[in-house]
Structure formats: C-alpha cells, structure tokens
Design a binder for this molecule. Structure first.
Ligand SMILES: Nc1ncnc2c1ncn2[C@@H]1O[C@H](COP(=O)(O)OP(=O)(O)OP(=O)(O)O)[C@@H](O)[C@H]1O
Length: 233
C-alpha cells in the first residue's frame, strides 16, 4: 500500500534521506524510530508529495505520488505533530469540512457516528475545537480518515504531548484502524508505544534506515538496547 523505492532527499550537499526501501501492507503498522534529524518527517513529507524526491519514488497503492498526486492524496490521511483543524469550527463542522475536501459528503448522523467511533462524544462534537485537548483534536483527524475512507495513514509523533491515558487510547484507535485494513506509517520517539502498536519498527539514523525489526520478536527492553546501540555506533 505504501512503498518507498530508493527514496532519497538531498538539500544541497546534505542528505536528509538516503535510498529508503520500504513496503507497508494494508493493515500493517510500521513505526519509524530515530533521533532528531534522522529523516522521519522527510519520509512522511515525501509520501505526501509536500517535497520532491531527489531520487527514487514514493508510491501509494502502486502509484507514484509525483505522477498521480491527486489519486495518492485521496487515499491518504495525515496527522502532523501539530494537529491542524480549525479552532473556530466545532468537531462535527471540521469533520464535515475536511470530508468534503476529500470528496465525501455525509449526513449529520453519519458524521456523529464517525466521531463516536473514535471516542468523541456528541456533546464534544458540538463544541468549538478551540476548547479541545490535543487528544480530542487527533480524534477529529482519525474521524476524517474514516470519513474519507483513507487506505493509508501517516502520523508524525502522534503521542507527543498526550498524557499516558490519552496516548494509550489513541494507540488502541490506531490498532482498530489497522484492523480495518488501513496501512499506517508513524514517526515516533515513543519506543514503548511503537512496540505496542507497530507490527514492525524501523530504526533510522542520519537519513538511513539501519534496521527493521518485527515487534513480535523483540521485548521492550531489547528494542531500547538495540536503538541505543545504533545511536552510539
Ligand atoms: N528545507 C530544508 N532544508 C535543509 N535541510 C532540511 C530541510 N528540511 C529538513 N532538513 C534537514 O533534514 C534532516 C532530516 O529532518 P527530518 O525533519 O526529516 O528529521 P526527523 O527525523 O523528523 O527529526 P525530528 O525527530 O526532530 O522530527 C534534518 O537534519 C533537517 O535539518
């Protein structure tokens, strides 16, 4: 569903991403771990076609995001670290607005149903988003992904700034989405949650994907050890 083929990004002589090869299947959660500046956000931005690759290709459902930007974007949902929904609109109004941008029109009860599926009660749905916590804003974004029937979801540090309960709830929701067949690529510093929700984790450093590990084969302690080993090499 999400595929990177020799995907690279240079800024002048600086290599932000080098020869990334990665394939994420429908229903799979892949977590990218790495220090600041490792190339995680660059990878996500390349999939979103926000920036052009210097070499290689990012593909969504088999199509290059450069060659078919509209088709690729229709299949993708994106949650940046700073969730960008409109403060002055209510949750349900935001959902309606973004779903329509994605070409989907839904009735009021359907919109409320999407919000309730991600754990946002009707009472909150009618409040302006300005009053929401980060966790509640993220839920609106997940509801947008559902309403848009996105096939893939890209997330940049979704659990940063969430309290442990909100982070746990959010991670559960991601698991539910994956079970519905959505391919998920998540950049995170949260090793613990990456192991919890991810089917595989990838460790990145200075633009290189150094190692990919299935989470079923590694304990949290060993994952941390492996991560630190790579960071110290
Ligand atoms: N427009 C740009 N011009 C020059 N260098 C850039 C540009 N955008 C990103 N970079 C550099 O590319 C490298 C990779 O950045 P990226 O944002 O992908 O890292 P990251 O792994 O997401 O880090 P973080 O954990 O801090 O979010 C960094 O060294 C960054 O400074």
């Amino acid at each position: 569903m999400l595929e990177a083929k020799n995907l690279s990004k240079n800024y002048g002589h600086y290599t932000a991403l080098s020869q990334l090869n990665l394939s994420i299947e429908a229903g799979e959660v892949f977590c990218l771990l790495g220090a600041n500046g490792a190339g995680k956000t660059t990878t996500i931005h390349l999939f979103l076609n926000f920036i052009e690759p210097s070499e290689g290709e990012a593909r969504v459902n088999g199509r290059s995001v450069v060659d078919a930007p509209h088709l690729a974007r229709a299949e993708l949902a994106y949650i940046p670290e700073r969730v960008n929904v409109y403060d002055q609109l209510t949750g349900v109004e935001n959902l309606d607005f973004f779903a329509q941008l994605g070409g989907q029109r839904h009735g009021r009860s359907e919109l409320l149903d999407y919000l309730s599926q991600v754990g946002l009660p009707a009472r909150a749905a009618y409040q302006r988003v300005a009053t929401y916590s980060k966790g509640m804003r993220q839920k609106v974004c997940l509801a947008i992904a559902l309403a848009k029937q996105a096939r893939a979801l890209l997330l940049d540090e979704p659990t940063s700034g969430l309290d442990p309960k909100a982070a746990n709830e959010f991670i559960q929701l991601l698991g539910d989405l994956a079970e519905r067949g959505v391919a998920i690529l998540m950049a995170t510093h949260d090793l613990f949650r990456a192991r919890e929700v991810g089917h595989r984790v990838g460790i990145m450093k200075q633009g290189h994907l150094l190692e990919t590990v299935p989470t079923s084969s590694i304990s949290a302690t060993d994952l941390e050890k492996l991560y630190l080993q790579h960071m110290h090499d």
